[in-house]
Design a protein around this ligand. Sequence first.
Ligand SMILES: O=C(O)c1ccccc1NCC(=O)[C@H](O)[C@H](O)COP(=O)(O)O
Length: 204
Amino acid sequence: MRTRVKICGITRRQDAEFAVKSGADAIGLVFYEPSPRAVTAAQAALITAQLPPFVAIVGLFVNASAEMVRQTLEQVPLSLLQFHGDESAEFCEQFNMPYIKAVRMQTAADLTHADMQFSKASALLLDSYQHGVPGGTGQTFDWSMITAISKPLILAGGLTTDNVAAAIKQVSPYAVDVSGGVEESKGLKSNNKISAFMREVANA
Ligand SMILES: O=C(O)c1ccccc1NCC(=O)[C@H](O)[C@H](O)COP(=O)(O)O
């Protein structure tokens, strides 16, 4: 099966459109103010306004209030929610929307525990653990910690054109998620890097 691609941390409309034109299955919008990739709901509405159908628009939240998630949902046509903080399963499930739970991998047990705890998640997204940094670290983690789970697995954390083929070969994820690896500078994506990344995934 083809490996899906999500390009996360999009802050400009032209980057969203180029990602989709290049074959990305999903784009991610970061609704977490301390991030250099943060967007407001109003910006996100503009970024996504002209996107074609059948592309998933994923809204990323880190320990946001339920009210903030609801307000964002009112303004942005999100297909999926991504929770990248310490949210409980109960919190994630209250919006009656499909959701992805991010797991910051320190040990293999983190994955098996999250698989059970977030039994209603559409997928688990595995990211690198770095103390005090919720995500977008640009760091890989030890993929040998990954074991089979009961739901689709999205591999993230430090993926680039140089390592994504090896990652797919070793992990066989449902999808890969990239942010820093396709940027020219924080928050600004590079068309050349997106094209090269998509080529590597297609050939993997
Ligand atoms: O991108 C951020 O700044 C960010 C901040 C807080 C939580 C998550 C964040 N990003 C998540 C992602 O973009 C990716 O899903 C993932 O962390 C991989 O990022 P990267 O290692 O840069 O490819």
